[in-house]
Every structure is written in C-alpha cells, then in structure tokens.
Design a protein around this ligand. Structure first.
Ligand code: ADP
Length: 345
C-alpha cells in the first residue's frame, strides 16, 4: 500500500513527465513539418538537376524519375519519423527517471516537516497528559478516602498547583516556540545595547544561582546589535538557567560578550555535568533530553529550552554552537550579526 507521500510523488512525476512529453511532442511535430518540407524541396531540386543532366543521353527513352522521386521522399520521411519516435522514447524514459527524482526532491522536505510536526504533536500531548494524569490520580485517591483531613486536602491542592504550574510552563514554552517559528518577533527589530540586557538577565537569575550554589561571572564588552530585545533576553535566560541547572554545587558560570568580526559573540561556559558527544547533535531538537538530565539527577525540564533558543538565534540570522566535555562542563556560543545589513539572506 502506497503512503500518501509515495502517491503524491507518483502524481507529481506524472505531471512533470506529462508537461515534458507535451513539449517534446510539439517540438517533434514542428521539426517533422519543417524537415520533411526541406527534404522534399531538396529531393525535388536534385531530381530536377539529374533529369536535366541525363536528358541529352536518354532522349526518346522513358525514364521514370517521378516514381524514383516519390520513393526517395517516402523513404526519407519514414527514416525521419523513426528517428523522432526513438528520440521521444529516449525522452520518455530519461524524462521519467528525472521527473521522479525531481518529484522526490520537491516532496522530501515537506514529508520531513510533516513527520516532525506529527512527532512534535505526539510528544506535546504526552507531556501535557503526564501532569493531568498525576492530578487525576491524586484527586481520585483523595475522594475515595473517607477520613481525608483538611491538612491532607491542603497538601493535595498544593501538589495540584505544582502540576498546574508545570502545565503552564509547558504551554507557555509551546506558544513561544510557535511564535518564534513563525518569525513574528522578527518584525520588532530595534537597536539593542547588549550590556544592560545581559546584566538585567544575570541579576534576575542570581537568586536561582545562589540556591544551586553557583557563582555567575560576566565580562561584557559595550556592544549594540539589531534584534528583538524580548527574545534576546529569553535566549540568554534559557542558556544561563541551563548552565546553573546542570552545574554542581560550588560551580562557576562565566558569560563573556565580545565583538568578533562583524559579529557579537556571547559565550556561556559552565563547569557542569557536560553533554555526551552522542547527545550533542540532538539537544536542539524539541523534547530531547539527554539521559543525564532525566532519570538519575531528576533535573526539571521538558527539553524545549534549547529549541526555543535555536529558533531565536535563527530569527536573528545567527548561529548557536556547543562544545562540551562530560564531567567537565559545556560552553554554548551565540554569534549574532551586529547590524541587519550584514544579515545573511
Ligand atoms: P531541558 O533543560 O528542559 O531538559 P533544553 O532544551 O534546555 O531542555 O536542553 C536539552 C538537553 O540538553 C537537556 O536535557 C540536557 O541534557 C542538555 N543540556 C542543555 N544545557 C546543558 C548544560 N549547560 N550542561 C549539560 N547539559 C545541558
């Protein structure tokens, strides 16, 4: 059974091939008309010359040059038709192969996008269902408990609130991801001085760093870039929060911002758990969480932060890279064009 993309590929192949064959046939008919006319004219001319040359020698004898001429024309036209037919057959076969190749090339990115959208929806539904299931179970157990005290009920409500908080965080992340993917914030680009923006984001995270026993250090050059201040703040927040989250007690997170070429380069270096080389290619994928952040250490998160960060960097036509050594730490580096005039198209 063909899936819908195989069927679409075949339909598109048929369309490409149909258009190609119509053009080839129109071209062949025109070529046949012109060539056969020229062929007939040139044969008639040649027969005329021959008949004039042979006339003095064959005077009085019957030489059937007209029949000879007709036969020669028929033969030449037959050969022309056979060649054009062969040509069209070759176009049909090679065109068929080429059309299929082009149809695949056209549809593969769409197929991949639809597949990843499907995966994303399945992952999002799963993540949304988990806190809902937890809440339902707690409430059902509580309702069945005939001796439920006020203290127990308050505990239950507290736990439910926690789950609601998780749902809010998740739905906000999903909405932000959709917003950045659409590039809606890109229309709000203004000149953004980086130093106050970074300082504000760092100071907002100081309390969290303190709880984790992590020290934040900065070294920021005076730089102004063209971008969307709100999303840039969010980008730094995500990377700094991750650096804190994945650092051990007593760790240090260092943020540097400097101009390199026409780019503003911001590096966030931590001394945390690091990322395995096999996880590095996937960490920017939606809902991807490396093993180290899942079961063993129970570090909270949905695996959406880095995909949001990547969307923000893409919206600014920049680059986001990571280098990491497990057990030693990671460095996330953001490169952003300083002016929109230097933006890649
Ligand atoms: P989350 O932190 O919510 O799991 P992210 O998208 O922000 O999701 O990160 C994806 C994964 O990348 C994380 O689960 C973690 O395994 C890894 N990761 C991100 N930042 C760091 C870091 N600074 N140190 C170690 N691992 C990290």
């Amino acid at each position: 059974m063909l899936n819908k993309f195989d069927a679409a590929t075949l339909r598109l192949t048929a369309w490409y091939l149909g258009v190609l064959m119509v053009i080839a046939l129109i071209f062949s008919i025109a070529l046949y008309q012109v060539s056969s006319r020229e062929l007939v004219d040139s044969l008639r001319q040649q027969v005329g010359i021959i008949s004039r040359r042979v006339e003095p020698f064959v005077r009085g004898k019957v030489v059937d040059l007209a029949t000879f001429q007709e036969e020669a024309i028929r033969q030449a036209e037959g050969e022309l038709r056979a060649r054009l037919l062969l040509g069209n057959l070759i176009i049909l076969i090679t065109g068929g192969i080429a059309s299929y190749w082009f149809a695949r090339r056209t549809l593969t990115p769409i197929e991949n996008a639809v597949e990843s959208q499907g995966r994303f929806t399945a992952d999002a539904s799963h993540e949304l269902r988990t806190p809902l299931t937890a809440m339902r179970t707690e409430i059902e157990v509580a309702l069945r408990d005939k001796k439920l005290s006020l203290k127990d009920a308050k505990e239950l409500l507290g736990s439910n609130l926690e789950e609601i908080g998780k749902l809010e965080t998740l739905s906000e992340s999903l909405l932000r991801l959709a917003r950045y993917d659409e590039g809606r914030a890109a229309t709000d680009f203004t000149k953004v001085p980086l130093e106050p923006l970074i300082t504000k984001t760092v100071s907002r995270l100081q309390a969290k760093a303190k709880v984790h026993g992590v020290t934040l250090v900065t070294d920021i050059a005076a730089l102004t870039i063209e971008g969307d201040a709100g999303s840039l703040r969010e980008l730094l927040h995500i990377l700094l929060e991750n650096a804190i989250k994945y650092s051990p007690d007593g760790g240090k997170v260092r943020l540097t911002a400097a101009k390199e070429g026409g780019q503003a380069v911001i590096a966030i270096k931590d001394q945390g758990i690091g990322i395995k080389a096999s996880d590095v290619p996937h960490i920017f994928e939606r809902f991807y969480r490396a093993d180290n952040s899942r079961a063993k250490t129970h570090i909270d998160g949905y695996g959406l932060g880095l995909s949001i960060a990547k969307s923000i960097v893409d919206m600014h036509k920049g680059a986001l890279t990571v280098s990491s050594t497990p057990g030693k730490g990671s460095t996330f580096t953001i490169s952003l064009p300083i002016s929109s005039r230097s933006f890649k198209s």
